[in-house]
Design a protein. Sequence first.
Length: 210
Amino acid sequence: MFELPEWTFEFHGHRCPFMPIGYRMGSLALEKLGVDKSLNHEIHVFSEMGVVHPQGCMQDGIMAATGATFGKGMIERLNYGKVAAIFWIPEHKYSIRIALKNEFQNKLAPHDFFKYRKQGIEPTEIPEDIRTDIINIVLNANDDELFNVTFIPNYKFIPVKSSFNKAKCESCGEYVFERYLRVKDGKKVCIPCSERESEETVVHLPKIIR
Ligand SMILES: [Zn+2]
Ligand SMILES: [Zn+2]
């Protein structure tokens, strides 16, 4: 049975089957690439998952296993709505794409765990034995049952160069990293200031799209 460190569940917040799938996906990628967990900025992950996709939990597992975190800017979401990810290391001979097999997704689908989830019941509210059972299905499966692994030669990606240069927005006065400055009416301004009409109040919040 695959062993999952307890801190990964604490980090994720609840016990569900998807964070463990992501952890296994990340562990397998490291093994296939022949590298250790990234402490700095070595491995890049391109997650093919989408937003509010139920399998989004997997990304926490991928981050925990590989060290490629959103905070370090090492994982990006491609929003394809697929349970797959590409693992890329600069100058490495090859990259790896790992996808969760349709057959395994079909095997999990009828589980009671989803009867609760479909009623809108949160994972922490689902009976413990049901959750343990579905997690054990994931941990007892072998890599072959779980994943399709593809080797990709010469995957091309040019990472954004890191820069510590920042400047003040000429409208709101807050610091902005230079790459994000925009020019509006001849002034260098931040993105929220560049988008507002002159009479509007500046609110530095993400736009809510409905
Ligand atoms: Zn989860
Ligand atoms: Zn501004």
